[in-house]
Design a protein around this ligand. Structure first.
Ligand code: AKG
Ligand code: FE2
Length: 347
């Protein structure tokens, strides 16, 4: 049985304008959560309630459309991480090279585009234009507001991370000033009467997030999100009222040589123990870093007893392998460490 794990709640409101001691105390709490769990709940995050209400309305409005309207927002190929992806079309565990049945979520993806960076040469594959639906009318404005708020919070977190790693607070800026950022709106909802769940099938299969940091808004619905601890046991996570979940991605695990965790997580199928359908929503903002940022072990995170665990990789290469797995359904052969953790975990 999965038990609930206390994910620390950290108030970061004093970070922007607080004194040195206050900033150091916040960085110490964030560093401890990054080391011990890889997930934290942030309050004092500065994201207005109205932006959260707008996000929820946009999710409800879009996913409530008839299927044929949603299918009109599908990208021309799975290589384009934009627009609508239907139920049972992705398999997140493939991003780690682990086979599983198709995931029981539908999603809508939005991201940074080439046109937002005029005069900068960026690879179109990582910055495709967005595929906005015509309806609901307010969707685009609500989602663009959320994208800006979550992106600002992600960048605020990277300053705190830098201090917690004994680096200047702007250390990560050269790795993130043209960052590939994507927002995935997730809707875990089976159509009425369709309670088919295959053995091992998940709402979203076990995976780590691919980039630097994820800002996750999620419904306080359980069973839902689970994270794996260091012993391979899964724990239910329900966000505290008003808190935003923050989890570290693979880039911070690689930079820190696994001192910090890119925690495995998954979402259980949207059906409760009695076979009743339960709906759950989430919005994951992935702050992934510049496509050409070369990520290798940070100074101070390796020594004779702790040699670097990962070869250097660019953000762009890493994302391509991961997305070819989860979206293209080609098992990723480059994630042995994380795959071994997923396979050794409890059911
Ligand atoms: O739905 C959730 O709570 C988690 C979503 C997630 O892990 C993701 O989109 O990467
Ligand atoms: Fe995730």
């Amino acid at each position: 049985m999965a038990s609930e794990l206390q994910v620390p709640i950290i108030d970061i409101s004093g970070f922007a304008h607080g004194g040195q001691a206050q900033r150091a105390a916040i960085a110490a709490s964030v560093g401890a959560a990054a080391r011990e769990i890889g997930f934290m709940q942030i309050c004092g995050h500065g994201v207005p309630d109205a932006a959260i209400e707008g996000l929820k309305a946009a999710i409800d409005g879009f996913f409530g459309l008839p299927l044929e309207d949603k299918l009109r927002c599908r990208p021309p190929s799975t290589e384009i991480n934009r627009g609508y992806t239907g139920l049972r079309s992705e398999r997140l565990s493939y991003s780690l090279g682990v086979a599983s049945p198709a995931d029981l979520f539908e999603a809508f993806n939005i991201g940074s585009t080439v046109s937002q960076h005029p005069g900068v040469a960026l690879p179109a594959e990582h910055f495709p234009e967005n595929l906005w639906p015509q309806q609901p009318a307010a969707f685009r404005a609500q989602i663009e507001t959320w994208f800006a708020e979550a992106g600002a919070l992600a960048r605020r977190m990277t300053r705190i991370f830098a201090l917690a790693l004994n680096l200047p607070d702007d250390y990560f800026v050269p790795f993130q000033n043209r960052s590939i950022d994507t927002l995935r709106l997730n809707n875990y909802q089976l159509p009425p009467g369709d309670t088919r769940v295959e053995p091992g099938q998940m709402g979203m299969g076990g995976h780590t997030d691919y980039g630097i940091v994820t800002v996750l808004w999620a419904d306080a619905v359980s069973p839902g999100l689970q994270i794996m601890d260091g012993d391979g046991d899964w724990h239910d996570i329900v966000p505290a009222p008003g808190a935003m979940l923050i989890n570290l991605g693979d880039m911070l695990a690689r930079w820190s040589n696994d001192r910090w965790r890119s925690t495995l997580h998954r979402v259980l199928p949207p059906v409760n123990g009695q076979g009743r359908l339960i709906r759950r929503r989430s919005a994951a903002y992935f702050h992934d870093g510049n496509h050409d940022a070369l990520v290798s072990c940070l100074p101070g995170c390796a020594d004779a007893d702790h040699p670097p665990l990962y070869p250097p990789v660019t953000v762009g290469e890493h994302l391509s392998f991961k997305l070819r797995g989860s979206r293209g359904l080609e098992l990723n052969p480059h994630s042995e460490r994380e795959a071994a953790r997923l396979l050794s975990g409890s059911e």
